[in-house]
Design a protein around this ligand. Sequence first.
Ligand SMILES: *Cc1c(COP(=O)(O)O)cnc(C)c1O
Length: 482
Amino acid sequence: MAQVKFFSGQQFPLEMHKVRIIQKLNLLPIEERLEAIQGAGYNTFLLQNQDVFLDMLTDSGVNAMSQEQQAAMFRADDAYAGSATYTRLHNKLVEIFGMEYFLPAHQGRAAENILSRSLIRPDTFIPMNYHFTTTKQHIVVNGGTVLELIAPEGLEVESEHPFKGNFDVPALRQLIADEGAEKISFVRMEAGTNLIGGQPFSLDNLEEVSAVCREHGIPLVLDASLLADNLYFMKVREERCRDMSIAEITRAMADASDIVYFSARKLGFGRGGGICIREESLYKQMRGLVPMFEGFLTYGGMSVREMEAITVGLDETLDFDMINQGPQFIEYMVRELAKRGVPVITPPGGLGAHVNAMKFLEHVPQQQYPAGALASAIFLASGVRGMERGTMSEQRDPDGVEPLADMELVRLALPRRVFTLSQVNYAVDRIDWLYQRRDLIGGMRWVEEPEILRFFYGRLEPVTDWPTRLMEEFRKDFGDSL
Ligand SMILES: *Cc1c(COP(=O)(O)O)cnc(C)c1O
């Protein structure tokens, strides 16, 4: 891991790849951005991509492929059953994770569906470091109860703790003592904890959780969707990992787990997913659900071309120079925002920069969705599309009571290997401006509120006409600039 130093003493991230295919971008004038966000019901998920300048909504399925991935797609073996493409993917997964069995699925949540249906016993708990939206939904629908046992530092917004995704191991021991191991269907560890800012856990922590699980015969399930970022942080932040290769760290993580599932929309720079399983009995328990929900066992709803790309992408995940661009760009963006006083989650994690909307918009009550309002304001000010990760992303309880999220965040994802540093600088500049004008931003309310996963397709409106006032202020400060 050679870090390039600069003569100026100023340190900035340096891409270890070059761009050979481009996509032209569109930056609309602010008047048209206002029309676009109104048309989208102030929900960034409902924007048309052609109205977006920098799409920082997600890192899912939008990471840049390498020339090796693209080349591999040409040799895809189209067969309903027994495709050679499947064998190549399966062999690669066995090589990386050392688990004999693999069930393909069309994306991460499909893997969660299969896992939850087959492993959750009625009235049991599923303890985890932190939930993910689709994971929680699948667990609840199958009669399980999610328990978040994140170590206390995980919910401190500003911190320099290197592993805020760590599991609270004493709390797990306590739970087992209170309820008994049979009340726990499985324990779930999420790499690169998505909803609390892409924060990693340490290898030590995973191994401690694993030891408790093994002592009590509870399966440990690793959600490896954001594994690449977690691997990067283990390598640079955890003493014992410094001299290990990325492949060795990966294998140590898998060795601690019984099941590893992933969204290949993130891990492997492709589009797909699957479940790696160590024990035959668990494999057989889940297998029947794949042909029922996904497709035959040798494609599971994935295109064979994507499977070839994922096989190569998984190999690239073991190359430090191929996984460091995301976390290093995110660190740069977070530090630049923080320098300007913008409240952000620290330390920088994976996935993207996370703006703390609770503090950015102190004057907006949580019931008026500060993170949702800020995501709309950022789009207006810049054409940058981020994602609300706060109360809107939660779901009402059956009695209609709305739980308030632990954090109100706007996530500005940096898809892997996609953006340039000047694009990051542009986003920082516009968010800096917005922060100086934050008093103009107001709250939101629902116009249409779906019952399930409401943040994906619900529609909102501003509680006052603040978006118009913000646009007028933009024109005063920027003249006729885009
Ligand atoms: C994205 C994600 C999922 C779900 O994967 P999809 O491919 O989007 O269905 C599950 N877990 C984590 C941690 C994720 O980031």
